[in-house]
Design a protein around this ligand. Structure first.
Ligand code: ATR
Length: 271
């Protein structure tokens, strides 16, 4: 029987994970299958148990179950513990290991694919929800000179700052000091999903080397268009992060690191 993996979510039919992992498996000659599982909103645990009973080896977890997976895991990596969310489950004997590969995926995309070192950079992270929380520790571990967090609801940015202040130079940002400049500006809000962008002054992009949107689509998001209009050097959407977080999950399950560049190119050509 083939080793079996899947992405579990609701909805899940739009997920590109089956395509990505099929490409990884083919490229690395791994005998495995990877499917998509739609779990009822009130039956995540039972759906996972069922998959496991049928011999499943691991799962990618997507919206809205990352917190449920965090609670279900019997063991957690440090990055999952701190993110308080799990996007990867690995079943081994009686254990269910929970990991979070999102932040590592973002860091790898910025550093390896886009060729921009995070160390010593001034970073602005927009958003204070699950997506933002998942990338803070991996970003701080690269030793940026500072990480500012701006959010529509400021108290949530303040709460994140309190949680992460021992890990690096992090502070909540309110766009008060308009002369402040940032090198890398990351959109981790869900505004792009709504076809809008978070409120922010255009001049923060003037000296920035990179505007990064964790969302992606056929067209550049409003956030990326706004950044370009205001003079940012480079823009990137979340396709690279999506493939890199998948590669990190694949590595956790199979012990092999697939090549990501051809898979990113394939996905971009299919958007
Ligand atoms: P996710 O898991 O995708 O992060 P979430 O936890 O619901 O989803 O968080 C969504 C984030 O996007 C929040 O930071 C939210 O801001 P609030 O905390 O003020 O709600 C932000 N967000 C969503 N829509 C937005 C919009 N139109 N403009 C600005 N920020 C937005």
């Amino acid at each position: 029987m083939l080793d079996s993996y899947a992405v579990i979510g609701n909805p899940v039919s739009h997920s590109k994970s089956p395509l990505i992992h099929a490409a990884f498996a083919q490229q690395t000659h791994q005998s495995m299958q990877y499917t998509a599982i739609l779990a009822p909103l009130d039956a995540f645990q039972a759906t996972v148990a069922n998959f496991r009973q049928q011999g499943g080896k691991g799962l990618n977890v997507t919206v809205p179950f990352k917190l449920d997976a965090f609670q279900l895991a019997t063991r957690l990596t440090e990055r999952a513990t701190i993110a308080q969310a799990v996007n990867t489950l690995k079943f081994e004997n009686d254990e269910m290991l929970g990991d979070n590969t999102d932040g590592a995926g973002l860091v790898r995309d910025i550093e390896s694919n886009l060729g921009i070192s995070i160390a010593t950079k001034r970073i602005l992270l927009m958003g204070a929800g699950g997506a933002a929380r998942g990338v803070i520790l991996p970003l701080l571990q690269q030793r940026p000179s500072l990480l500012a967090i701006a959010n529509r609801t400021p108290r949530k940015a303040e709460a994140l700052m309190e949680q992460f202040e021992d890990y690096g130079n992090i502070y909540p940002y309110h766009f008060m000091s308009l002369n402040e400049h940032f090198d890398i500006i990351i959109n981790a809000t869900s505004a792009s999903l709504q076809g809008t962008l978070p409120e922010l002054p255009g001049n923060i992009f003037t000296h920035a080397v990179l505007a990064y949107d964790m969302m992606y689509g056929r067209e550049p998001t409003h956030f990326l268009k706004f950044a370009q209009l205001n003079g940012v050097c480079q823009v990137a959407d979340g396709i690279g992060m999506l493939v890199e977080q998948a590669a990190e999950s694949f590595f956790l399950w199979r012990g092999i690191r697939p090549q990501t560049k051809p898979v990113i190119a394939m996905l971009k050509s299919q958007l």
